[in-house]
Design a protein around this ligand. Structure first.
Ligand code: MN
Length: 234
C-alpha cells in the first residue's frame, strides 16, 4: 500500500531585507514520517490554487503558530494577541474550511486546533491568564515533557486513540477553544476547565488537540494521534 500524503501548513517568515520565506518545526515532519505518512508542506498560495493543493494530499496536519485574528469570531483584539502573517492567516482559513467541507481527514495541533474551531464558527479564549484566571500555567514554552493532565471524554474518538481518562500532556499555548464550532464537541479538558481537545461528531476524521504531541513522539499514545490521521488518510 502506498503511503498517504499528509499536507502541512507552515509559517511565513520575513527577513530583514523584507524577503518572505517559509518555516515549519521539524517535529511535525518527523511525526508524519514516523506515523507512516508522506509529509508535504503546503505554502500559503492564493485561494484559486487551493483546489490543486488539496488534490495533492490525502489528509491534513494543521500546525501551531501565533494567533488568528479575533475578528474571525467577532471579537475585538486582546492586547496579548500576537497575530499570524495575513498571508498565512488567509490561506489557513481557506484551507481549513475547504478541507473540513470536503471531509478530508484533519488533525489540528495547538493553533491548528484553534483554526479548526474558528473555521467551523467557534470562538476562542484570547488570553488564558487574563480571561480564565487559572492557576495553571499553560505557557510552558517548548516543553517536551508532560506539564499538566487532561481528562479525555469516555466514548470519544480521542479516547479510542489515546485511551480514556487521564492523559499527561505538555502545554505551550495562551489561547484555547471557548465555544466549540459547529459539528465539534469538547473531548478533553485540563483540571482548570480549559478546553484541550475537540473532535468532529460526524463520520469524517476531525480532531484538534491543544497540546503538542509532535514533541512527545517517544510516548506511544502521542504518536498514535498521527498514526490515526495517517490511517484515516489511507
Ligand atoms: Mn494546556
Amino acid at each position: 500500500m502506498s503511503r498517504p500524503r499528509i499536507g502541512l501548513n507552515c509559517d511565513v517568515t520575513v527577513a530583514a531585507s523584507g524577503a518572505e520565506g517559509l518555516a515549519l518545526n521539524w517535529a511535525y515532519v518527523e511525526a508524519v514520517v514516523r506515523a507512516g505518512g508522506v509529509p508535504l508542506v503546503l505554502p500559503p498560495v492564493s485561494e484559486e490554487l487551493l483546489g490543486g493543493v488539496l488534490g495533492a494530499v490525502d489528509g491534513l496536519l494543521l500546525v501551531g503558530g501565533r494567533d488568528y485574528d479575533p475578528a474571525l469570531y467577532g471579537r475585538a483584539r486582546h492586547e496579548a494577541a500576537s497575530l499570524l502573517s495575513p498571508r498565512r492567516m488567509a490561506f489557513d482559513l481557506a484551507l481549513a474550511r475547504r478541507a473540513l467541507g470536503d471531509g478530508l481527514p484533519t488533525l489540528g495541533v495547538c493553533g491548528g486546533a484553534q483554526l479548526v474551531n474558528v473555521a467551523l464558527g467557534g470562538t476562542l479564549v484570547q488570553d488564558i491568564p487574563d480571561e480564565v484566571g487559572t492557576e495553571l500555567e499553560h505557557r510552558a514554552l517548548g516543553g517536551s515533557s508532560p506539564f499538566h493532565t487532561v481528562e479525555v471524554a469516555a466514548g470519544s474518538r480521542l479516547a479510542g486513540i489515546v485511551g480514556e481518562g487521564t492523559l499527561e500532556v505538555n502545554s505551550s499555548h495562551h489561547q484555547a477553544v471557548e465555544e466549540a464550532g459547529s459539528g465539534l464537541r469538547v473531548v478533553a479538558r485540563a483540571p482548570d476547565g480549559v478546553i484541550e481537545a475537540v473532535e468532529g461528531v460526524g463520520r469524517a476524521f476531525v480532531l484538534g488537540v491543544q497540546w503538542h504531541p509532535e514533541r512527545m513522539l517517544d510516548r506511544e499514545e502521542q504518536l498514535a494521534l498521527f498514526r490515526a490521521l495517517v490511517r484515516e488518510a489511507q
